[in-house]
Design a protein around this ligand. Structure first.
Ligand SMILES: [Zn+2]
Length: 692
């Protein structure tokens, strides 16, 4: 399992599981770097122009730091949300675009080279005239494959074939490290197959969600009609009914966070018992894993067994219509304008509140990002990642690790036995900074400038094959789960590694020209956040070798559970929109990471000072600037529909609560800003939660 610093919009449900937002053009990120170059003295790195001095920092720190920005910034028309992250992503996107455009207009690229593939993938997306002329024809071969099925016994093999194209299906399989033996790869079987963002959208008796269901039904009908389907209204109803049955047997997002309950190792014979009328051997043969494994790990066994009834009760024609719908829905953004527009009207306007689609070039950059992420990344870091950034980042990581060690040694709620285990795990963390040592090989991927849909399908097939090839081989520890041009970071519990792509190592996270305080509040807290995922409610169930193993004494586990329960209650009480509360259980892992990450970043900053006083800059002390650095990272806002979607699906809390929530638990914040009883940020000391 991989946990990122902020959420990413997943476009394709493949086993690699990560894709990017595509970002719109906007003003350059607020940064002090230009003025810093001109000035010889150290700058604070604070974005003071957004401060709202009418709000006391003791009452609402997030508003104090970003009030002017919140009051004056409109979310761009092609965005669901906007903030400091997105502005940095704009920069990364513009840089990627410049690289791609140079290649796309070049006439002397070597056929088969990464450069040729980047150019032709982008050009194939930009060729709107060809997309118009082809209309739905690029999907006809897959539709014909579905039409050719006559018996339910043929469905498993069909599902495995379609899964390779990144189509959402009830049964999804993928290759990952075995959670109980991280030295080998295993095949995982997971639930899937929904078109709406979460099972709640099908099942909850909520006026807003019911509205989305009605809109979804109309959307399916409209798309089917456009694709030439007869009786589109009846077919759409059958598809929604089938997805609703799948939603009923799906596990919730909270249940899916449990690493122990989602680890169910089964021999293949047992898998046949779980879902008897499903030809698993045909499925795995078509998936390409047949004969390469003698067991699988089933993430949600009751979903798989529940599927038996759904398989039986659903007529074959409904299944076929459903599969066609999933193919159409997955590829609509790459067809002619009428499909692109209808897909956007539902997926983005209705579900996320985004008024206008992104400029085509931005979507083109996103396609290159999906299909050739590291080929692009290699060119990106050559231009945009100074070597000295890596060295300074390494020093920050070292101080964070040291602070974490000291913190664990002094925890009052943990016994010596568990501390020993926690320290052993900490000593086995691997940091990765900037970009991979070994770049991904794209030599098997064929990209043609006149075949957009084919390019995307082949890209997904090659990515799928790359995963399959791992079965039976030693674990590759050099792999990265994010490209260098991604503005994010992650922790991977199977490899016990923390990973920081090049693009996050810029202001407001990391300002090479600024005094340290703001960097400890920014990237320092990000590093602390990712380390803390190794010790959150889920990560703490694995050891330093990446194996799911209980290394806790019963008493310490109970103490940890109590502290975690207090954080669940704290975040459950937050309401980002009238009528909506945060789900403290869904966001627990990220909230532990935010709270602990910031607490450890504070300690690491004190270590870095080495007993010397920090300078006062822009009128703020070092400790004050550290907390301001934290809060300015969270400058951001979201449209209401997007906020509702994220509350239901995102394990991260909304930005205002990420900015303020951890501060209310930190005594050092109270002393830095003189927060007292009666202030709105004040929480009584006995009600504050500190875990790590
Ligand atoms: Zn996280």
């Amino acid at each position: 399992m991989r946990r990122s610093f902020i959420s990413l919009a997943v476009t394709a449900l493949c086993s690699t599981g990560i894709a990017n937002f595509a970002f719109a053009e906007s003003p350059a990120p607020a940064s002090t770097s230009a003025s810093a170059k001109a000035a010889s003295k150290t700058v604070s790195g604070l974005d003071l122009q957004w401060l709202d001095k009418n709000v006391r920092p003791q009452d609402d720190f997030f508003q104090f730091m970003s009030g002017k920005w919140l009051a004056t910034t409109e979310i761009p028309a092609d965005r669901a949300r906007f903030g400091a992250f997105d502005q940095l992503r704009d920069l990364s996107e513009q840089r990627s675009h410049a690289i791609i455009k140079t290649l796309a207009t070049s006439t002397k690229l070597t056929p088969g080279s990464n450069q040729q593939k980047i150019a032709d993938l982008y050009n194939s997306f930009m060729d709107e005239a060809r997309a118009e002329a082809l209309d739905i024809s690029p999907l006809q071969a897959d539709f014909a494959r579905i039409d050719a099925v006559t018996k339910k016994s043929e469905l498993p093999a069909l599902m495995a074939q379609l899964a390779k194209l990144g189509v959402s299906l009830p049964v999804q399989s993928g290759v990952g490290q075995d959670a109980k033996d991280s030295s080998r790869y295993a095949v995982y079987v997971s639930q899937g197959g929904l078109g709406l963002p979460d099972r709640d959208y099908y099942l909850k008796d909520d006026a807003k969600l019911k509205g989305y269901r009605d809109a979804y039904l109309k959307h399916i009908e409209a798309m089917l009609t456009m694709s030439g389907q007869k009786d589109a209204d009846k077919t759409a109803a059958a598809i929604l009914a089938l997805e609703t049955e799948l939603a009923k047997i799906q596990w919730s997002k909270v249940e899916n966070r449990n690493p122990v309950k989602t680890y169910n190792k089964l021999e293949l014979a047992k898998l046949n018992e779980l879902l008897p009328d499903f030809d698993w051997s045909a499925y795995f043969a078509a998936a390409g894993t047949g004969g390469k494994m003698d067991y699988v790990v089933v993430r949600q066994p009751s979903f798989v067994s529940g599927l038996a009834k759904v398989m039986e009760a659903t007529p074959i024609d409904a299944w076929k219509a459903y599969f066609k719908w999933q193919v159409l829905s997955a590829y609509a953004p790459y067809l002619s304008k009428r499909f692109v527009d209808q897909d956007f009207a539902f997926s983005s306007v209705t579900l996320r509140g985004i008024p206008t689609n992104q400029a085509r070039w931005k979507r083109g950059v996103a396609r290159v990002e999906e299909g050739l992420s590291e080929a692009l990344g290699q060119l990106y870091v050559e231009k945009h990642f100074p070597a000295e950034n890596k060295a300074r980042m390494q020093a920050l990581v070292n101080n964070l690790m040291l602070a974490y060690k000291q913190s664990i040694e002094t925890l009052s709620w943990m016994s010596a036995d568990t501390k020993k285990e926690a320290l052993a795990k900490l000593s086995k963390f691997t940091p990765k900074i900037g970009y991979p040592d070994k770049w991904r090989d794209y030599s098997k991927l064929v990209i043609a400038k006149d075949d957009l849909v084919g390019n995307i399908m082949r890209g997904r097939e090659v990515a799928n094959q790359r995963q399959l090839n791992k079965l039976g081989k030693p674990v590759d520890r050099s792999e990265w789960g994010m490209s260098p041009q991604t503005v994010n970071a992650y922790y991977n519990s199977r490899q016990n590694e923390i990973v920081f792509p090049a693009a996050i190592l810029q202001p407001p996270f990391f300002n090479a020209l600024a005094d340290d305080a703001v960097n400890y509040g920014g990237i320092g807290a990000v590093i602390g956040h990712e380390i803390s995922h190794g010790f959150d409610d889920s990560g703490s169930q694995s050891d330093g070798d990446g194996n799911l193993r209980d290394w806790w004494t019963a008493d310490d586990k109970a103490n940890f559970g109590k502290l975690a329960g207090a954080l669940v209650a704290q975040y459950n009480a937050y309401s980002p929109l009238p009528g909506y509360q945060l789900n403290g259980a869904l966001t627990l892992g990220e909230n532990i990471a935010d709270n602990s990450g910031l607490a450890i970043a504070y300690k690491a900053y004190q270590i870095s000072l080495g007993g010397k006083p920090a300078p006062v800059l822009d009128g703020y002390t070092g400790n004050q600037r550290l907390f301001m650095g934290w809060a300015q990272v969270w400058r951001g806002k979201a449209r209401d529909a997007e906020a509702i979607r994220l509350i239901a699906t995102d394990p991260h809390s909304p930005s205002a609560f990420r900015g303020n929530g951890p501060l209310t638990n930190l005594p050092e914040f109270y002393s830095a800003f003189g927060v007292k009883a009666g202030d709105k940020m004040f929480v009584a000391p006995e009600k504050r939660t500190t875990i790590w």
